[in-house]
Design a protein around this ligand. Structure first.
Ligand code: F6R
Length: 608
């Protein structure tokens, strides 16, 4: 999603703006730009594609100035061209924007009547033009922005810089994240703490409806009614060091390989290893024993974490779970029993649909719990209780280590719920906890299959379509496998419940269609393997992900087998995840795609 930065201060800003944008690259973008004031006049440099293109432009044609704004754009309205790249500017004002101005057409129609016409296809330019008309009418910058904000509908974070005023930035937030950073004789703004980490750790997050007037030495924040408000300053935990790829070719590979460590980290938060018990440190404003239902909402990969957790909460805690993708849930307006528990899963903690679902549930009198990686995020801040996943910054756009950490935390919560509801006794809890403790080591062993997976991936990279099958807890893993392959290799893939195959998708099966079957040896393995034989009988090329016991029961017809370590059924989905991640990764590498920043995708999806 788009990323925003701004600096108003004492030293040159152009290089620092580009550095800050680099730290926002992980959000996904397709063009970038910065603007500064040089002698009071707005200067801009923008470029299509990667930040390197912008940096190169700046080498040939530098920008001076001690105030500036910058942007990485993930196109929503208008193609990702230089012309549509931000900052958008008139002679009087430059702006950067994350989000969508829903009523931009009406705004432009109104502006056209006064002779203000856009030069781009973006929704954003309507804001720049509206502010300009205010300024042309003699309204001062602050008031011009205040008047403009009242006209805007949609979700946005905005930053404004004005011709002739080297000491003024204005920022506004309504639905998309924006943080203000406090320095010495210098102030900053940015989409998240990552962007601002090299400048300052002292941050305040704007709330929806807030707008801030920022000078090198002061920040005044107002709410949507214009009243001055205080927003708590906090010390960000985000490291100033730009997370690097280590010895890996891509962040995604690094993040896949980090999983034994990140899962251990998550476990050490949720599990008392000595006592073989789950221990939840967060104060829970609800009692698992009294709940009649748990509602989970999330998007994409985080949704699959919830889909696995549904099996766990229902089996190990006998707690019924409703789960939906947040973009559907939020508009369904389901009736909810007062005092129920709603759980929102989000790596970034900023996903617009998940946040909207959270707000709906809060308004329905639900206890709001979230499972996030970014503890300073909006979803975290709006939750009654935040369960951290603690896997460190995830930079690869395709989520990997966040999912295994989410699963680890959710497994722990399911055990805690099972104990509280009297479904699990101490011995059963200890069994499950031992299984969880064994995961990091088992994941290391699963990673040892890489060489074999590289060979299989080379063949997979020739396919046009791939089917993934799984049953029970392996069904969400099959869907995740398909999503990962689609995202980074651009090969069409579908994840199906193995039992559904004969109800339609089997018609697709032929010799050209690889079918990846995720079936470690659980109580359902025989059923999945029968579905697999139905594929084999029709000439489908089967790649089977299973463990030794599963492999021992397989008959004819399997083209390739990828073994995962033999572990308890409870944690098997976390293990089965590793080969599907590696398969997608190596297929993408074989195809030469941009693994860490796949086309059209954003890391943090802050628009609907
Ligand atoms: C897939 C992926 C996305 C995210 C989804 C939700 O690899 O990364 O599907 O899982 O956009 O994002 P968060 O978890 O930040 O809410």
């Amino acid at each position: 999603m788009c990323g925003i930065v701004g600096i108003v201060g004492s030293g040159p800003v152009a290089d620092r703006l580009v550095d800050a944008l680099r730290r926002l690259e992980y959000r996904g973008y397709d063009s970038a730009g910065i603007a500064t004031l040089d002698g009071g006049l707005i200067g801009r440099r923008r470029a299509e594609g990667k930040l390197g293109n912008l940096a190169q432009k700046l080498v040939g044609d530098p920008l001076v100035g001690r105030i500036g704004i910058g942007h990485t754009r993930w196109a929503t309205h208008g193609a990702p061209t230089e012309q549509n790249a931000h900052p958008h500017a008139t002679e009087r004002v430059a702006i950067v924007h994350n989000g969508i101005i829903e009523n931009f057409r009406q705004l432009l129609e109104d502006l056209a009547r006064d002779g203000y016409s856009p030069k781009t296809q973006t929704d954003t330019e309507s804001v720049a033009l509206w502010v300009t008309r205010e300024l042309d009418r003699g309204v001062a910058p602050e008031q011009a922005v205040a008047n403009t904000l009242k006209q805007l509908r949609g979700a946005f974070a905005l930053a404004f810089m004005f011709k002739g005023d080297e000491n003024l930035l204005i920022a506004a937030r309504s639905g998309a994240p924006l943080a203000i950073g406090f320095g010495e004789g210098e102030m900053y703004l940015g989409s998240d703490a990552m962007a601002l980490a090299p400048f300052t750790a002292k941050l305040a997050y704007l709330e929806d409806g807030d707008w801030a007037v920022i000078t090198p030495t002061s920040v005044v924040i107002r709410d949507m009614d214009g009243a001055v408000v205080e927003r708590a300053r906090q010390l960000s935990q985000v490291s100033a060091l730009l997370v690097d790829r280590g010895n890996h070719r891509h962040f995604m590979a690094k993040e896949i390989y980090e999983q034994p460590e990140t899962i251990s980290h998550t476990l050490s938060h949720y599990v008392d290893m000595g006592a073989e018990k789950v221990s939840i440190r967060e104060t829970m404003p609800f009692d698992f024993a009294k709940l009649t239902r748990l509602t989970i909402s999330a998007c994409g990969t985080a949704y699959f974490a919830g889909a696995v957790a549904k099996y766990w909460f229902e089996r190990y805690a006998r707690l019924p779970v409703d789960i939906d993708v947040a973009s559907e849930f939020r508009y369904r307006e389901p009736p909810m029993e007062m005092g129920g528990l709603s759980l929102f899963i989000s790596q970034s903690g900023e996903t617009a649909d998940t946040l909207a679902a959270l707000r709906y549930c809060a308004a329905q009198g639900q206890h709001v719990a979230s499972l996030v990686n970014t503890q300073e995020s909006t979803i975290a801040r709006e939750s009654d209780v935040v369960f951290p996943i603690l896997c460190g910054p995830e930079i690869g756009v395709a989520s990997t280590k966040a999912l295994s950490a989410q699963l680890t935390a959710l497994a722990s919560l399911a055990i805690a719920a099972g104990r509280a509801r009297g479904v699990l006794n101490a011995e059963q809890e200890a069994d499950l906890v031992r299984a969880l403790i064994s995961v990091p080591n088992a994941v290391s062993r699963a990673l040892g299959q890489e060489d074999r997976i590289v060979e299989i991936a080379k063949k997979l990279s020739k396919a046009k379509d791939v089917l993934y099958l799984g049953r029970g807890v392996m069904f969400p893993i099959a869907m995740e496998g398909a999503l990962k392959l689609k995202e980074i290799s651009y090969i069409h893939a579908e994840g199906y419940a193995a039992g559904e195959l004969k109800h339609g998708p089997i018609a697709l099966v032929d010799e050209a269609m690889p079918v990846i079957v995720v079936a470690p040896s659980d109580e359902l393995v025989d059923k999945t393997l029968s579905n697999m034989q139905e594929v084999a009988a029709r000439g489908g090329k089967i790649i089977l992900i299973t463990d030794e016991a599963g492999a021992a029961t397989v008959g004819q017809g399997v083209a390739e087998t990828i073994l995962i370590p033999q572990v308890s059924n409870f944690v098997a989905p976390i293990l089965a995840l590793i080969p599907v991640q590696l398969l997608a990764y190596h297929t993408a590498v074989a195809m030469g795609t941009d693994v860490d920043q796949p086309r059209n995708l954003a890391k943090s999806v802050t628009v609907e």
